[in-house]
Design a binder for this molecule. Sequence first.
Ligand SMILES: [Zn+2]
Length: 463
Amino acid sequence: MLHLHDTATGTVVPLELRSEGKVSMYVCGPTVYDLPHIGHGRMSLVFDVLRRYLLFTGLDVHYVSNVTDVDDNIIRRAAEQGRTEPEVAAEFEARWWEAMDALGVLRPDDTPHATAYVDDMVALVADLLARGVAYQTSDGVYLDVSQIDGYGLLARQSLESLRAGARVEANEEKRSPLDFALWKGAKEGEPSWDAPFGTGRPGWHTECVVMSLDLLGDGFDLHGGGQDLAFPHHENERAQAVAEGRPFARHWVHNGWVVVGGEKMSKSLGNFTSLTDLLARADARAYRLLVVRSHYRSPIEVTTETIADAEGALGRLDALARRFDLGDLIAESGRGYVVEGDVPDADPDALAAFRRRMDDDLDTPGALADIFELVTAAHSAADAHDEEGGCRLARTAALLAAALGLPLRAGEGAVDDETARLVTERDEARKAKDFARADALRDELVALGWTVEDTPTGTAVHR
Ligand SMILES: [Zn+2]
């Protein structure tokens, strides 16, 4: 059984499902006013890996992820560019899906848009006012968090300590700096909707609670996002459900930070400025590999060097596909993901080990290390003329890599044998400090169309 860390308790607990065999999950999606950044990519990959693993084990998954298409940033961007908010939102939503498709992130089953849910949000705000947990000010409607049982659960802090740490409130009408906007009163030139409590637009925290409960129902299984969303966004979503007396998410999952090139993100340092930029310059599978190489709650560092290193590891998987003539199991499945039975003769011990790793709070680094051991074992078996045994291990490795969303590629984009030979030769030349030879080999690789990088584990090449 899958055990996951639950932010609400700070412990790793079994994922107890609302109904047997079915998983309902909500993951906060993008606010579409700019190119997706690298942190968005990690978050999407982490929850894609979780979703793929649930599917792999035979569970039925209902995955919902929203698009915030009205917000301060979108309004500001539209004003800067002399465009309408829907134009800005449509453009950056398209860029978002381009990046997600390139990463091999499965599309959500439902993608609710905030602007399509305004009526439901108005109804919720009206009800919270009627219950006396919300109050009106001259600029909108706020939730009074002092009335919410257990406020601070996801911050893992009491209301008192949150209050002590809160910024000084500029808005004198707010009862507490922790109170948050459910509804923002209309301003000149901004998109707005009519409501009994005044024309305006919904707050972000109201959007997610309304859409998740509408599409997944009370007490859905899992709510996720980056760790920066736990407080205040998720706390505030939960507060509204509590005020309504509705059971909310049973389990809270948050992934760790991304560090891009140390403390600073800079083009001049050769690091990646956006996810779109990264995907233009590297094999998208390398970013996934880099993400699964670390535990989802640990920080990861994304630099040209760590990406090139991941591309090198990917090269080992692709080399396996070439030697054993393995195809792309994800594409072959016809459903976009693999399940355990897709390779009927897969090694049972390796499958059991994979499940043990993944059930242990998604130990993807351990699972990946096991996959690379299978790769080595497959080559050794084939070297010892056990073609059949080698092939079975290779197919098992391909299945487990595919379960993490990593398809193997024997063909285009993959490192061919000639390139692999030049890379090995160059690493040997560098080891022998024959830098003239190493430089000549680099030139040969560049002439073949490769970008060559020196990484801690040797030469890495990518298109
Ligand atoms: Zn959200």
